[in-house]
Each structure stands twice: as C-alpha cells, then as structure tokens.
Write a protein that binds this ligand. Structure first.
Ligand code: SF4
Ligand code: SF4
Ligand code: SF4
Length: 335
C-alpha cells in the first residue's frame, strides 16, 4: 500500500509535513488516504486496487465528502483542490466538533501557525497578480452613489440563484476574536455544495444581504477571489483570524495579495466627535486621531495610502462623519 498521507501532503505543497499528516490522519484512515490520493479515478479501479467492493469504496467516498475531504464533480469525486479548500471545507463543519471536540481545529491551528501562514505570505509576495479583492460595505457609501457591478453587493446577489451561509473556518480554527461565525456567504454552485453536505443553511436573497450587513456592522471585510467572472463565495473576514489577511499583515504581502476597492474613507472634520471608534474598527490601522487647529477634541484622519476601502469604519461611525468616497479602479485620487 502506498503512503496516501505523504502523497497528499506533497500534493498540497507541504511534503514531509508531520503537522499536515496529523490533520489528514484525523480525517481519514490509511485506506481512505490511499483512495483520496488516487483520485480522480473510476470507483471500479479503486475497488480493484484496494481489493474492496465498489459499494465499500462508494461508502468511504460518501463519508469523505461529508467531512469535506473530497468533492463531487460531473466526472466523479476529486480531492480538495488545494490546501485552502481542504482547510475551509473540513474546518467549517461544526458536526465534527461533536465527535472530536476541538481536536481537528487545534491540529489546523498548529499547522497554520507553523507552516501555512508563513508559506502563504511568502507565496503571495512572489505572485504577479493579487488573489483577493475587497468589496465596499454598502452602508459605507453615500446614498445615490453609482457602484460598478463588481462592487455592488445587491447586483452580485441579484445575479445569483441560490444562497447559503456556512461557518467561518478561519475564526473557528484561530478563535482570536469574537466576530460572528455564521457569515461565510456561498452563492450558486458553492451554496448547493454546502447544502448537499449539510454544512450550509439556505437563505433567501434578502437574508443573504442581511448577513452581509451584519458582517459589516461587526467590522468584517467583504472579500472575494479575483480572476473569476462570477464570485460564488463572499467572505466576511477579520484581520486576526483570516487565513488571507492575518498572515499578510503579520509577514507582509498585503499590497501584493489584495486589491483595494475603488473607494477610500474620508472624514468630515466638522461632524467628527472624536470618539475613536473608527480607529478601533479599521482592520488596516489606516486611521489616526490628530489635533486640528481650533478644535478641542482630536479628530479622525485617514491615511489614504493605507486605506483599503472596506468601509468598516464608516459603518460603525454613529456621527456619520466618515464615508467612502470613490477614487476609481486605479486608486489614485485627491481624497
Ligand atoms: S476567508 Fe474570511 S470568511 Fe472565509 S473562512 Fe476565512 S476569515 Fe472566514
Ligand atoms: S467614528 Fe466617526 S465620530 Fe468617531 S472618531 Fe471616527 S470619524 Fe470621528
Ligand atoms: S480607513 Fe480602514 S476601515 Fe476605513 S475604509 Fe479604509 S481600510 Fe477600511
């Protein structure tokens, strides 16, 4: 029998990683690891290779699908595409906690801290094009502002047909903040997958929009993958647990990996009460409190270069003194 764990560790970019192998061993036994490492492959071939019945192999694959280890395609099962898909799919399933407690999540945390986060940041620093894009919070933009379709959450949801929400795997693993968990929004094919697995809760379009608003209120950044015409996942991320933002903030690479929205925050000094809420909420530390001549209280000031245009500050400003202002896709502006 070949070492399926090692083959998979290598496939996911971490050859010889004992930490990753511990995760794989928690998720599948030796035979299952060999099945997964052999995919894609017809069930009949797998059954022959392992000296099992096709029924047995199918049952094993069904169980692995339920755990998020393999995915169903029109041509049969395939393993998780990459380490992030394995991370997201296996760690979002709260049902596994009833069997294993935090064991799987702790194994992921050890692997992430020691290998995934530094490796991910290094990989991003070497990339030609960013992989992640920020969508502005809709309540941070002044009423009447015309948004481009790729930044308009209502348009994005208007084009989708199925909606589901799953738990955020990053916050379940890292647990470094108390931001809401049930805000990882899945659309279309991704929603169907989450519902078929039983990890997703189906939503109406209106409920999906509410999830996005709740996330922005909680200070989470709407984020999507770049390079896809239609985004099937709208992530709502924090800066202290997210597998994208946390390592890029810790090890560097944010500018390489993340596309800013076409907005930047701007403060109306006269309306600013100096409460500092926006300073605490900004995930990118782009706001300072400064002395303004003639004013007794310190006022908020946005460092435009450091602003990513997420709008989290504006959503939390009770005085409505900070808003997103459009600067265009180049990000160059006179704000
Ligand atoms: S990418 Fe963001 S929303 Fe998605 S699982 Fe990670 S923190 Fe949660
Ligand atoms: S949250 Fe609003 S009022 Fe408070 S400091 Fe920031 S801009 Fe000023
Ligand atoms: S100042 Fe900070 S919170 Fe506000 S839009 Fe810019 S990056 Fe987001």
């Amino acid at each position: 029998m070949s070492d399926g764990y090692e083959i998979l560790a290598e496939k996911y970019g971490y050859p010889g990683s004992e930490r990753l192998k511990k995760i794989l061993k928690r998720l599948m036994d030796e035979e299952e690891a060999e099945i997964v490492a052999s995919l894609p492959s017809p069930v009949a071939d797998l059954a022959r290779k392992l000296d099992k019945t096709e029924d047995d192999v199918n049952k094993r694959l069904g169980g692995l699908f339920g755990k998020g280890v393999v995915f169903m395609t029109s041509k049969g099962y395939r393993p998780a595409r990459d380490i992030l898909q394995l991370h997201d799919a296996t760690a979002s399933d709260v049902r596994l906690d009833y069997i294993w407690g935090r064991e799987l999540l702790d194994l992921w945390e050890h692997f992430c801290e020691a290998e995934l986060y530094p490796g991910w940041a290094k990989g991003i620093q070497a990339l030609e094009a960013p992989v992640w894009r920020i969508i502005p919070a809709r309540k941070a933009v002044s009423a009447g502002t015309k948004l481009v379709p790729s930044e308009d959450l209502e348009v994005m949801l208007g084009k989708a047909t199925r909606f589901a929400v799953v738990r955020c795997s990053c916050r379940r693993i890292a647990g470094r903040c108390d931001s809401p968990l049930e805000v990882c929004l899945q659309l279309n094919r991704a929603a169907e997958y989450a519902m078929a697995r039983g990890t997703g809760k189906e939503l109406t379009r209106e409920e999906a929009l509410e999830v996005l608003d709740v996330a922005a209120e909680a200070g989470l950044i709407h984020s999507v993958y770049t390079g896809v015409e239609v985004s099937n996942v709208i992530c709502n991320c924090c800066n202290d647990c997210c597998v994208f933002y946390y390592p890029l903030l810790k090890y560097g690479g944010l500018d390489k990996g993340v596309v800013k929205s076409s907005f930047r925050a701007k403060v109306d000094v006269a309306s600013c009460t100096g409460c500092q809420t926006c300073v605490d909420r900004c995930p990118f530390e782009a706001i300072d409190m400064i002395k303004v001549s003639g004013e007794k209280k310190l006022k908020a000031q946005v460092n435009t270069d450091g602003c990513y245009g997420c709008g989290v500050c504006a959503v939390g400003c009770e005085a409505e003194a900070i808003k997103l202002v459009e600067v265009g896709p180049s990000g160059q502006s006179s704000v």
